[in-house]
Design a protein around this ligand. Sequence first.
Ligand code: NDP
Length: 475
Amino acid sequence: MAAHQEKKPSEERKHKSTQNGTRTSQVQWGRAWEVDWFSLASILFLLMFAPLIVYYFIMSCDQYQCSLIDPLIDLLTGNKHLFDIWNKTPTLTYRAAGIYTLWVTFQVFLYVFVPDFCHKFLPGYVGGVQEGAVTPAGVVNKYEINGLQAWIITHVLWFANAYYFHWFSPTIIFDNWIPLLWCANILGYAVSTFAMIKSYFFPTNAKDCKFTGNFFYDYMMGIEFNPRIGKWFDFKLFFNGRPGIVAWTLINLSYAAKQQELYGQVTNSMILVNVLQGIYVLDYFWNEAWYLKTIDICHDHFGWYLGWGDCVWLPYLYTLQGLYLVYHPVQLCTANAVGILMLGLIGYYVFRMTNHQKDLFRRTNGNCKIWGKKPEYIECSYMSVDGTKYYSKLMTSGFWGWARHFNYTGDLMGSLAYCLTCGFEHILPYFYIVYMTILLTHRCIRDEHRCFSKYGKDWKRYTAAVPYRLIPGIF
Ligand code: NDP
């Protein structure tokens, strides 16, 4: 990426600059320094309700066949009390605690102790030690990229167990889903709290910490930018990708196994969910080095939003379609199945190509071809905290000329495809597309706010050249 082209900037591309009047505003990029009342209210809302939302969804499937309305009707009519529902909820078990501890320990082991070997024999795959983006303090972190390897080893073991060893049932995740929820919550809260304490007492890089003075905001959005233990255990990379995203495909496989156990067959809708989400997960690991340059890794600080979100929100709510299909096995007619498959694949193509175009453009510093032509771009500059000036480029060609976040549009098309596999009987599986639309629209606004703080008037020139965010001509 161009901003990262300046990892080893030549003197003409990088110089100390204090005379520039925009310096104070331009070094504010990264997450907010000050908290407005709306952000605070949203954060308090999420801290209080996000765990309840997850519980409500999972409980609805467990006790109400995935109906989101029936529990409310029962409660409002007095048919049931809150404690009736709570009393029927499975509790934390030693078995779930053991499974979860083993799972997380195994993923830590694969992350920390097994250096990547996939890049040595997979052509085109970028793994091993890679550099991240320049942080606001001007630091360039190194990462061991071995997620694809962790995913492959984990899945080979999973299939070896299912078809050969039979140490545990392939439905193990589904069968322990609520007890595992309590374990995931314990880890999510523990890691977020630890990250907060660490940022006060032993931060990895004190210059990349942000203290707003508001406890709740700091807890939620994080203080440390790249908390680490030792040289390689990076909290953001680990929790972002593993255990949550490695688990995603295993969770779906467990749902498919449950369908097989209950109904003697796996429906085409379940296969579609497994395939489409499997492509998305594999794409993540194939491009893990590229993810070092995405907002999660290069702009977000590590707090509850990422810590708890990666442990609980992602594995539990991103997999709702598979869970739903265990309770409601939908067999799609061929036309619908093909239509959904096409929507998912086209969405994935748009998502991947848009991301690829930016990556190629930034890696080559604009010396590449986009749709057969030399890309057009806007030159821009920004400063790090120490006053060092960097130069970057914003592309206005390819999908990036259509809209400023067309990668999100592709992601949303894919997300809609997952939901459509479940038919239209219940709203629960559609939570994902509603959530992704809110997440990515909010992300557009958040990212653009940050980019404006970073690039100032250059960003305005860019938005004038590419006026739409997600859908050309509409938004
Ligand atoms: P982007 O990959 O779009 O990165 C945005 C950054 O790219 C900007 O901050 C800016 O960074 C740079 N940039 C913006 N416009 C241009 C341009 N025209 N030319 C060159 N560089 C530009 O966003 P994300 O990191 O949010 O998303 C990455 C992918 O991950 C997306 O496809 C998204 O859909 C997906 N995603 C999925 C989520 C999920 O939960 N499933 C959650 C979040 C993201 P700089 O400072 O370097 O200029």
